[in-house]
Design a protein around this ligand. Structure first.
Ligand SMILES: C[S@@+](CC[C@H](N)C(=O)[O-])C[C@H]1O[C@@H](n2cnc3c(N)ncnc32)[C@H](O)[C@@H]1O
Length: 283
């Protein structure tokens, strides 16, 4: 079913309301491609009717979010941020925490984690740096607005195509177990990662604070105002000395002087709350 002008307006409003994604009216092909089947299944005569129905049906809301979000992701996406973690960020955070109350505790947020590859990649990069991974209290919090994506992240099972996208044999051998359903992340990594459905445009209640945040390839879907507010609020959840990574090409320079980009291992990252140091990172 092809959406007309009124349909497109109704769906753009609905999608913006549900997940903050800003679809402009040129996205009629995307609306049709991703939602036509749901509109038909719901027995609606038009997208306008469908939008009305979705607003009062929690299950349909989830279906729309799952269908409209772009969950594209892969292991160690862009590589350079993970090199920066291995060679700069993790070693320095570890040094800065030595002698503090919780020297082995690290909290990381993979914000808009999709199906979990980013969170598990961060865990593998951390394991590359420390000789005794199991003895560290690494807590990775992965969140995404798509219930289907979060469910897969929680299962930690990937098909042949997914497991091969960006994952070196060395990591597959060390952290994955082959089963009938695909390749499952083993317990060593799974124990470190907790996944939850969360809308990044809603207040960050009870998230705590983090040493490291990855928020990549999601703000590109938001309005400039929502994008700015998102990163400012993320900055407030970073510990002093904590780091934030955005997607390649997503610059935060317009957020102010605290957001001057820093480059490590050819990755761009931000440290909006100042440099780390033993004294400042004590918690
Ligand atoms: C392209 S993926 C990025 C995944 C991962 N960060 C990466 O870079 O590989 C974008 C993700 O953002 C999620 N997303 C979109 N709007 C969101 C929102 N308002 N709150 C939380 N997640 C959202 C989508 O569900 C999708 O999984």
């Amino acid at each position: 079913m092809k959406p007309n002008g009124a349909d497109i307006d109704a769906i753009c409003d609905l999608v913006n309301e549900l997940c903050g994604i800003y679809l402009d009216t040129s996205k009629d092909y995307l609306i049709e491609g991703r939602l036509a089947k749901l509109v038909k299944q719901a027995g609606c005569a038009s997208y306008v009717d469908f939008a009305r129905k979705v607003r009062v049906d929690a299950r349909l809301k989830n279906d729309v979010v799952d269908a409209i979000t772009t969950n594209e992701t892969l292991w160690f996406r862009d590589n350079t941020p993970f090199d920066a973690l291995r060679y700069k960020i993790f070693p320095e955070l570890i040094d800065a925490k030595a002698g503090s109350l919780f020297p082995k505790k690290f909290r990381v947020w993979s914000a808009a984690c999709s199906t979990g590859q980013e969170a598990y990649s961060i865990a593998m990069a951390f394991a590359d740096v420390v000789p005794d991974f199991e003895s560290w209290d690494l807590q990775i919090y992965g969140t995404d607005i798509s219930p289907a994506a979060v469910a897969q992240a929680q299962r930690g099972v990937y098909n042949e195509l997914e497991v091969n996208r960006g994952l070196d044999q060395k990591y597959r051998g060390a952290y994955f177990v082959k089963s009938a359903g695909g390749w499952g992340v083993n317990d060593v990594l799974k124990r470190r990662c907790r996944f939850e459905v969360r809308n990044l445009l809603k207040p960050f209640t009870n998230v705590g604070t983090f040493d490291l945040i990855f928020c990549r390839n999601v703000a590109i879907y938001f309005t400039p105002t929502d994008r700015k507010s998102l990163f400012q609020r993320l900055g407030q959840t970073l510990n002093r000395g904590g780091w934030l990574f955005t997607g390649s090409g997503e610059s935060l320079m317009d957020l102010g002087p605290n957001w001057a980009p820093k480059q490590h291992c050819r990755a761009v990252c931000y440290q909006p709350n100042g440099c780390n140091g033993v004294a400042t990172l004590k918690r």
